[in-house]
Design a protein around this ligand. Structure first.
Ligand SMILES: NC(=O)c1ccc[n+]([C@@H]2O[C@H](COP(=O)([O-])OP(=O)(O)OC[C@H]3O[C@@H](n4cnc5c(N)ncnc54)[C@H](OP(=O)(O)O)[C@@H]3O)[C@@H](O)[C@H]2O)c1
Length: 334
């Protein structure tokens, strides 16, 4: 009998990562999950996943401490690296809050992979790293050859995009020079039900805000969107396909927020949706053809919206008054 394949997921308690751990366990993988604080109640859901008692091991590790990563990667043939801070509010100290954990954190993951003979690494980047190129031809869909302009990010103080772009570039370059097979995935805004019921991550807050409303005004951005379960499906597909290479944009066809709210109203008409919204000139058109050619089949947006609304109806997780993440707010000074 073939030995059980063993992989590690960094930041295993996160929104995307916890769904990935669930998927990997269901497909018969032995999973190591790194957590900064294994005792944090938000991580408790991992132990309740089917197969967890036999096949899940939790490791206390921080991406800023390479030795802790190395301990978690020992025995793994593959690593998935989603652990990055995803701030919902305005970033006050870019170096400390986002640049160092994202860029240095990714470098540490690369070093720990090489030290433990990991074969393949899937790095979770973002559409934010593949869409802000002022020289991209007008009207052409943005594909994997589009890289976010880092100087532009600095000028706009768009630290998240800067950090994700730099980390992804470093990881793919490292893969070319070392024996490590590095592939990256660039999801759009990730939505869907959550597995943990304690905190709400930044992208889910956009959705929760649309359903609950609050003090902020939404910007009607046109931004790619994707279901969390389809992101993790794509990550596993990329991992298992020996021929996968480079980067993969991972999103559905785009819609603006106003149309998404209209679609939600048509499915659940009796809801109090956020109604303060202004139009902005902000449209990002991407294509996920490369991922579809690898075999990716995302679900329909209606299913994602229905499952998300049903989830938040039952469980709005932290129960806190909702604020919109900074990126989607008009009154964005706080
Ligand atoms: N959600 C989206 O819309 C979206 C879109 C595109 C790309 N992404 C990317 O997807 C990945 C996961 O995002 P998510 O939405 O699942 O966010 P999330 O739920 O906030 O998860 C982020 C994870 O990163 C971990 N982390 C942060 N700093 C760390 C550090 N110094 N050491 C170890 N772990 C650390 C967090 O661990 P703690 O629990 O210890 O804080 C958490 O598990 C990120 O790389 C993000 O950039 C997300």
């Amino acid at each position: 009998m073939a030995p059980t394949p063993r992989v590690c997921v960094t930041g295993g308690g996160g929104f995307i990562a916890s769904w990935l751990v669930k998927l990997l366990l269901s497909r018969g993988y032995a999973v190591h999950a790194t957590l900064r604080d294994p005792g944090d109640p938000k991580n408790a859901c991992l132990k309740q996943l089917d197969g967890a008692s036999e096949n899940l091991r939790l490791f206390k590790a921080d991406v800023l401490d390479v030795d802790t990563l190395t301990s978690a990667f020992v025995g793994c043939e593959g690593v998935f690296h989603p652990a990055t801070p995803v701030p919902g509010g305005k970033i006050v100290d870019p170096e400390e809050e986002i640049m160092v954990p994202t860029v240095k954190g990714t470098k540490n993951v690369l070093e720990a992979c090489s030290a433990t003979n990991v074969r393949k690494l899937i790095v979770v980047s973002s559409v934010a790293a593949s869409c802000f190129d002022p020289n991209w031809p007008e009207g052409k869909l943005k594909d994997e050859s589009c890289w976010t302009d880092k100087q532009l990010c600095k000028e706009a103080q768009n630290w998240y995009s800067l950090a994700k772009t730099e980390a992804e570039e470093i990881a793919l370059e490292y893969g070319k020079k070392s024996g490590l097979h590095v592939v990256s995935i660039c999801p759009g805004l990730v939505v869907g039900p959550l597995l943990q019921h304690v905190t709400v991550n930044a992208s889910s807050k956009v959705f929760l805000y649309i359903i609950k409303g609050g003090p902020d005004t939404l910007t009607n951005k046109f931004w790619p969107l994707v279901d969390v379960r389809d992101v993790t499906g794509a990550m596993l597909l990329i991992y298992e396909k020996a021929e996968s290479s480079g980067r993969y944009i991972c999103s559905l066809d785009q819609m603006d927020i106003k149309d998404i709210v209209a679609l939600m109203r048509s499915i659940f008409p009796n809801y109090n949706y956020a109604d303060k919204m202004v139009d902005v000139d902000y449209k990002v058109y991407t294509t996920s053809e490369k991922l579809k050619n690898l075999g990716w089949q995302p679900r329909k947006l209606e299913e994602t919206l229905t499952d998300s609304i049903e989830y938040f109806e039952k469980d709005d997780a932290d129960g806190e008054p909702c604020r919109l993440p900074y990126f989607y707010r008009v009154n964005a000074e706080e």
